[in-house]
Ligand binder design. Sequence first.
Ligand code: SF4
Length: 156
Amino acid sequence: MLNIKQYLNSEFCLECKECCRFEADIWLPHLLKADEKALGIACVKAKKSSESSLICKFLEEAEHKCRVYERRPFECALYPFLLVRRNGDLDLVVHLGCPYILNNVNTKEFEQYAEYLSQALLEPDNFKLYAQEQDKFHSYPDVELFLIKKNLLSNR
Ligand code: SF4
């Protein structure tokens, strides 16, 4: 499993309740081989929420808790940061749809965390999780993203 310090605290996320619910299933986590092994499945499916939007099938809707939190996929552990594949490169970005990020992206604290994360993703135990499976990552063309590190792997 991805080994990084989390940027957001869980209290904020549990109040916000935007994650793991989506309009389109492009936001479902794309599983890497390590995720498939940990979860024993080949893909994560969506189901209808009580409000009829989509939610991840692992989301406990009433409590807004992930039922597989300790084994959650790489992309879930990384979010609201994302690895995106663009023009053959794997870029590290952050999703401005996260309200906490939107309010903090210009702070020193964010800048320091972004630098930490860029390095942490290149640590051998993290790197081996995704480096051979770059084709699994998407480009999210119509999503508001903030670029942190272009072509992350060139920094290794
Ligand atoms: S696996 Fe867990 S963290 Fe990931 S989208 Fe589903 S409920 Fe959310």
